[in-house]
Design a protein around this ligand. Structure first.
Ligand code: ZN
Length: 102
């Protein structure tokens, strides 16, 4: 049971990882250099699928259907998600381990 789900391209290469964010209650999917996510972003990865570190920080901004802007900004270091103070969810300022995936 891994905390990370591999994202693979058509050639079977791992291009990124997906993990569950308990702050957003949805998944984040950092792509790993040299691969890029659909919006052109990519991250460095320490190669450890059990205690992953991604850099730089992971920032998502999502506008909800009611127009409210939801921000999630975190560092993932050694398998822990460190939420920064600009998160709009209740885990702002806290550090929690990446949850196990099904
Ligand atoms: Zn999040």
């Amino acid at each position: 049971m891994s905390k990370l789900l591999r994202i693979e391209n058509n050639d079977g290469d791992t291009v990124g990882y997906m993990y569950f964010c308990p702050g957003c209650k949805s998944h984040h999917a950092p792509y790993i250099r040299p691969y890029k996510s659909p919006n052109g972003a990519s991250w460095d990865f320490n190669g450890n699928e059990v205690k992953p570190t991604f850099s730089p920080s992971i920032l998502t901004r999502v506008e909800r259907s009611d127009g409210k802007l939801m921000v999630c900004h975190s560092f993932v270091t050694d398998g822990n998600i460190q939420y920064l103070d600009d998160c709009t969810h209740k885990l702002a300022g806290q550090t929690v381990p990446i949850p196990e995936s099904d």
